[in-house]
Design a protein around this ligand. Structure first.
Ligand code: WTA
Length: 656
């Protein structure tokens, strides 16, 4: 782990108060109101969340105990009975929301679909019955590997309805990556599609599923449910593969929601860490439901008439919490888009905002930087006046991108919420509340009420204002991950031991450095572990190294991030070859493709540098810090006295 430094931090002084008109109508209207909530929550977090759980959610049975905390094990709403799919659907059907749009879907080659709450409920019940018919029982894990089509959300809600934890795997992951995740989770069934449309191309998902299951002795998958989307020709394995549209025909639309224990597993979602294979982050039912519900409502200042659009993919936590569960639990209208901006249709995003009158728009800094590059004439030629709130997530946003977003997209009238959180946290940890918080470009501002965040040193002492340190949370919150699937010890080691517990105080730490300024604003400085963030996607350098080393030509590999104007970071791999191979452009291409096959296109190295040796310490550890300097073309910084062989650096520099 590198220690956070504050060398490169911009001293950003601009502040933007919430526009008066926005604040007047907002759910939380002032800093005084935020402080009152924050202080009340901090004084007694369990009482604070208990009150909200009672007010905001439907329970089949009330809980006995709001919080049991035996670090690092937290149990929320112990003894309660609840169902997330019920909270997202059934309870809206007895209100006028029955015929309100739940999902508005914009498909790629021009098709679109709107599902009301009643229609969505119907399809979810049908799919839930089909899953049961295919032998899925409460507690069985279901893999979901889908394009961005309504059936992806339907599949998630159907699983939640019958108590089958889902494990969604992003449709951009390769067959290899899918296989690892399905095997690790012991998935019984996979829901997929023949393919999906993305950036003018077809992604052949079913072919990847076939590859993942082929010659896979460890597989526990008995059935594959296939949604027809692209109509391309695919193989259907008799007895194993079933078309959704065939089974849907005979499926009843009556499927009562299973009464789940609060702490029953809701889903697994794999994410990258600094060591080993991706971790299966486990979330449970009630706490996740409550936290995503309340954060969606307050942070997006949700109003009944909003048209809310989050551009993430359901394969990531942002899609889980803030396309599907948070918005639907609140009875909101959530827009889903199958595609992505691309050169052939550079203003697709603004066209959709205009077409549906989107009011809340939530995206990633990497997308904003791509919009800037595409030119402001594109958004300017559209009517974006429906927008009232903008948000960002996924990586630190640079103040220039923030200002562009504010001026060009927000017309200087929309507050911007910069939300810091992680797969592990389930929901927003640091975020402005748009009617209350004065924002500063590049700062995620303050903790959400109930979140006791701090910046500390390795001993757990709070650091001084404007000093870099480790960003930690000091009290459990309802949507905190509960464990790493199948590996509790890894959960403890990965998140609770970097900062040593002291006097009964435990510190949740998951990899980010931060500083707090003299006004109490948090500035997230990025990962301090071996995780890199490429176009908002979280990648473990070790995963990419393992992928490279699994190629016969590669003896050793070290991967680092290099700053990139649009993607935030780009993957640079330093590779030494086995003796009977020589470096060539063809080999470079082959290795890049090999990483795509092993992990997926999101991990494709931007650059591969061949070298005879890598800089190592005397004890043989690769000195990534030096490689980061080299990749960025910077001067070598810091101490090099532990380097085994200095000439390696000179050679690498020469070759750069
Ligand atoms: C980074 C995505 C700065 C951070 C929700 C974190 C951010 C990782 C922000 C989690 C932000 C996310 N400002 N950095 N607003 N949001 N990050 O699990 O490094 O895919 O640890 O969850 O993204 O990525 P994950």
């Amino acid at each position: 782990m590198t220690s956070p430094t504050i060398e490169s931090i911009l001293q950003e002084k601009r502040t933007f108060a919430p526009p008066a008109e926005f604040a007047e109508n907002a759910r939380i209207k002032s800093m005084a109101e935020y402080r009152e909530l924050y202080d009340r929550a901090a004084a007694d977090p369990a009482a604070f969340w208990g009150e909200l759980a009672e007010k905001e959610l439907h329970w089949f049975e009330k809980w006995d105990k709001t919080l049991e905390w035996e670090p690092p094990v937290a149990k929320w709403f112990v003894g309660g009975k609840i169902n997330l799919s019920y909270n997202c659907l059934d309870r809206h059907l007895t209100t006028w929301r029955k015929n309100k749009a739940a999902l508005i879907w914009e498909g790629e080659p021009g098709d679109s679909r709107t599902l009301t709450y009643a229609q969505l409920h119907r399809e979810v019940c049908q799919m839930a019955n089909v899953l049961k018919q295919l032998g899925v029982k409460k507690g069985d894990v279901v893999g979901i590997y889908m394009p961005m089509i309504p059936e992806a959300a339907i599949a998630m809600l159907a699983c939640a309805r019958i108590g089958a934890p889902h494990s969604v795997v992003f449709g951009g992951f390769s067959a290899e990556a899918l296989r690892d995740r399905l095997n690790d989770a012991n998935a019984k069934l996979v829901i997929t599609a023949d393919g999906g449309f993305r950036k003018d191309a077809i992604v052949s998902l079913k072919i990847q599923v076939d590859k993942a299951l082929e010659n896979n002795a460890a597989s526990s998958v008995d059935n594959v449910l296939v949604v027809e989307r692209t109509k391309e020709k695919i193989h259907m394995e008799p007895g194993r593969d079933h078309w959704w549209h065939d089974l849907q025909q005979g499926a009843s639309a009556d499927c009562p929601a299973e009464e789940m224990d609060s702490e029953d597993m809701l889903f697994i979602l794999y994410t990258s860490g600094s060591t080993g294979k991706p971790k299966g982050v486990v979330h449970t039912t009630a706490g996740y439901n409550l936290y995503t519900h309340v954060t969606t409502q307050w942070t997006f200042d949700l109003q009944e008439t909003d048209v809310y659009w989050c551009t993430a993919d359901v394969g990531w936590i942002t899609g889980h919490s803030y396309i599907v569960y948070g918005p639907l639990s609140n009875g909101a209208t959530s827009l889903m888009y199958e595609g992505a901006p691309r050169p052939s249709k550079p203003d697709a995003i603004w066209e959709i905002v205009e077409k549906y009158g989107v009011t809340i728009f939530y995206t990633a800094p990497t997308a904003i930087r791509a919009f800037i590059k595409a030119g402001e004439h594109l958004p300017k030629s559209r009517n974006l006046s429906s927008l009232r709130l903008l948000g960002t997530v996924g990586e630190p946003i640079n103040p220039e991108a923030w200002m562009w977003y504010h001026k060009v997209i927000g017309g200087e009238r929309c507050p911007i919420i910069d939300t810091w959180w992680q797969t592990e946290t389930g929901g927003f940890m640091l975020t402005p509340l748009p009617g209350a918080t004065a924002t500063k470009p590049g700062s995620a501002t303050h903790p959400f009420p109930g979140i006791l965040a701090d910046v500390v040193d390795l001993e757990g002492n709070s650091v001084e204002d404007n000093q870099g340190g480790y960003l930690v949370i000091k009290h459990p919150w309802p949507s905190m991950m509960r464990t790493v699937y199948g590996d509790f010890d890894r959960f403890r080691r990965s998140y609770w031991e970097h900062i040593s517990p002291k006097d009964g105080q435990y510190f949740y730490f998951a990899g980010d450095g931060a500083r707090r300024d003299e006004d109490g604003y948090f500035w997230v400085m990025g990962r301090v572990d071996d995780v890199i963030n490429v176009a908002g996607h979280r990648l473990g350098t070790m995963e990419i190294e393992s992928a490279l080393v699994s190629h016969p030509a590669v003896a050793e590999a070290a991967v680092v991030g290099k700053p990139d104007e649009v993607k935030g970071q780009n993957v640079v791999a330093f590779v030494t070859l086995e003796s009977d191979y020589t470096a060539s452009d063809a080999l470079e291409k082959e290795l890049k493709q090999h990483v795509v096959d092993e992990i997926g296109a999101i991990a494709r190295p931007g650059e591969i540098r061949f070298s005879d040796d890598l800089p190592k310490t005397r004890s043989g550890k690769i000195m990534r810090r030096l490689l980061r300097n080299l990749a960025s073309g910077e001067e070598i910084s810091g101490d090099t006295s532990t380097l085994q062989d200095r000439s390696v650096l000179d050679k690498l520099r020469g070759g750069a």
